[in-house]
Structures are given as C-alpha cells and as structure tokens.
Ligand binder design. Structure first.
Ligand code: HEM
Length: 339
C-alpha cells in the first residue's frame, strides 16, 4: 500500500511528465521557427539570422563576387564544394584548410589538388570592405560552397551562420581525418553518421561527386589491371579509364577523368552513372552494389528531387556539426593567415 504522500508525489510526477511532453511536442512542431528565434539571440549557436543586423549584405556580396569566378571557370564549383568538405571533415568547418596552403609532398597528401582557396580570401576582402571584422572565413566558405551548388543547377540551400575561425591547422591531423581515396562503404557511412546523417543523407552528400574530376593517382586501378586495356571483357567505360590512367601515374599527376558525364552540372547524373557501372572512385563504384546503399543510389538515379532534398539536409549537417561558435575561435582578418 502506498502512503498518502507517495500518491501525491506520483500524481505530481505524472502531471509534470504530461506537461513536459506537451511542451516538447509543441517545441518540435515549431522547431524551425523556435530554433531560429532562439539562435538569433544566442551567441553560442548558429543562426539563420546571425548577420541580420551586423552584416545584412553578406549573402549578396558572396553571390556577386562568386558569379564571375564561376562564369570564367565553371570547374570552380567542384573545387569549392570539395574545399568545404575537406575543411569541415578535419576540425569542424573553421577555415583551417585556408591556412594550409602547401599541397606539395610536404603538405597534406589528402588535400591533393585542392583549389580556389584564394577565392574565399577575395570574397572576404569584399565583405570586410562593407562590414569590417564581422564575418568569419568559415561562414564565407560555407556560403560560397552552397552558392556553387546552386549556380551549377543544384538546390538552393539555406544555411545557418555564426561559425568562428580557428587559428591553427595541421597536415598530420588532416591526413588522419580525411578519408583515403580508396575508402569503402563502411568507413564512409561511419564518417557521415557521426555527423548525425541518415544513410540516405550519407549517400546524398556523396552525390557531390556529380561535380568535378578525379586524378588517376586517386583512381584504384586494381579493378582494371587484371585484364587487357582494351579487351573483350572491357566495358567502354573501363577501357576509357584504363587508357587514360594505365600509364599516367608513372610520369604525371595531371591526368584526370570526370566524376560523372556532366562535370559542371549539379544533377543526378552521378547516380545514373554509378548504377550503370561507371563509378570512378572506389566509393562511387562500391556504393552502387553494397546492399545498404544500392537501393538509395537507384532511388536518386530515378528521382532528382529526392536527391536534392536529402542533399540539402546533409549539407546543413556537414556544415554545422562540431563548429566553433560564440566566444570560441576568432574572426580572422585574413583567411590565409593566423591573426
Ligand atoms: C567520404 C568519402 C569521400 C571520398 C573517399 C572522396 C574522395 C575523393 C577523391 C579521391 C577525389 C579526387 C581528387 C582528385 O584526384 O583531384 C574527390 C573529388 C571530389 N570530391 Fe570527394 N570524397 C568523398 C566525399 C566527398 C564529399 C562529402 C564531398 C562534398 C561535400 C566531396 C566532394 C568532391 C568534389 C566536388 C570533388 C571534385 C573536385 C574537383 O574537381 O576539383 N567528396 N573526392
């Protein structure tokens, strides 16, 4: 038998539980508006309104400055998107990759062929001329990458802002944190699920390989080496890769092939290519046969809207996890140098 006091406590606890649940459900229902309003005033968090009063022009300055870059060199969209991934994957998106200007043998090997760092510095100078010392290099990099996606035909993504920059970078840490060129499905899924991505979002973020190229040095030739370069068993795609790359690494790092057929257009062609056996990197190829990812690859190959929807969610997660905010980090004066 419970005492009167125990019953009172039990009833109070139940009432408290019900009220908490109602408040919780209400907060979840209004999560977008509630979170945005909260983030706008809380210095420790990212917010969709972060620069609303301090630099309302930031997004239009980024777009204006980036447009001529992409018009004169459409391959820059791929470079900026990869730059963002390599920044966010190492210490969270903190613009540390912009400090690491050495991509030679002495620098990070996994940052091989990283380009367009100077584009972010150029945009930062333009932003600082209107809002001095306000906008971080890491936010500019995120905005530039999302504009690069949209300007190449991809989804227009709304991103929360308020990241701070770090004042350090490490080649060793970069090499330890970035995936190897021959990463497989399990390693790749573990990288993205750690950032809170679903398996659909993980497959969607790899759809970034709808843009750009891969150099032969990064293409796993084992899948091609056991047969003649042009032989009865070769598909036309295999013959192309083998012809282009079979001898290239021995004398040059410059030979490259498109990651999909439409290298400057952000579309779902990548999924059509990989599901048709034309995956260039190991991960592209493996994803189309692994039972965990193959059905999603097929879905995205059939339906570009589905891909864009999942990519949008994945991009925001990639760019928002483990970032410096509030009093952590700094707003660097120059993107390519510590203050
Ligand atoms: C975790 C799995 C991933 C692996 C193993 C991987 C590996 C690679 C490799 C080896 C290249 C070729 C670099 C070269 O030879 O020039 C490449 C290119 C590229 N990657 Fe990834 N990547 C991964 C995920 C991502 C993600 C998440 C993004 C973007 C958010 C991304 C964006 C790109 C882009 C756009 C290119 C083309 C770059 C250019 O043309 O300049 N990758 N990736």
């Amino acid at each position: 038998m419970r005492t009167k006091m125990e019953l009172v406590i039990l009833v109070c606890a139940r009432i408290w539980f019900v009220i908490s649940c109602l408040v919780g459900v209400g907060a979840m229902r209004n999560s977008s508006t509630t979170t945005v309003a909260h983030e706008a005033t809380a210095p420790g968090l990212l917010s969709y309104k972060y620069y609303e009063t301090s630099c309302p022009q930031v997004e239009s300055i980024v777009t204006d400055k980036l447009t001529p870059v992409l018009l004169s060199d459409p391959a820059s969209s791929a470079a900026l998107l990869r730059l963002l991934f390599h920044d966010c994957q190492v210490q969270g998106c903190d613009a540390s990759i912009l400090l690491d200007s050495d991509t030679s043998e002495m620098g990070s090997r996994k940052n091989f062929a990283i380009r367009n760092r100077e584009t972010i510095g150029m945009i930062k100078t333009a932003v600082d001329s209107v809002c001095p010392g306000t906008v971080s290099c890491s936010d500019i990099l995120v905005l530039a990458a999302r504009d690069a996606v949209a300007m190449s035909g991809g989804p227009k993504i709304k991103v929360p802002l308020g990241r701070k920059d770090s004042n350090s970078s490490s080649h060793t840490f970069a090499d330890a944190s970035l995936p190897a060129a021959n990463a497989g499905v399990s390693e790749t899924l573990s990288i993205f699920t750690k950032r809170g991505m679903t398996i659909e979002e993980s497959v969607a973020i790899l759809g970034s390989h709808t843009l750009g190229v891969s150099h032969c040095v990064n293409i796993n030739m084992d899948r091609f080496s056991s047969r003649q370069i042009i032989g009865a068993n070769r598909t036309p795609f295999e013959a192309l890769v083998a012809l282009r790359c079979a001898f290239a690494p021995s004398f040059s790092n410059s030979a490259a092939l498109g990651n999909d057929v439409t290298v400057t257009t952000f579309d779902n062609q990548y999924y059509k290519d990989v599901s048709g056996g034309r995956g260039l990197l190991k991960i592209d190829s493996d994803m189309s046969t692994d039972p965990r990812t193959a059905p999603i690859v097929e879905r995205f190959a059939q339906n570009q809207d589905e891909f864009f929807k999942e990519f949008t969610a994945a991009f925001v997660k990639l760019a928002s996890t483990n970032v410096l905010t509030g009093h952590q980090g700094v707003v660097r004066t120059k993107c390519n140098a510590v203050d």
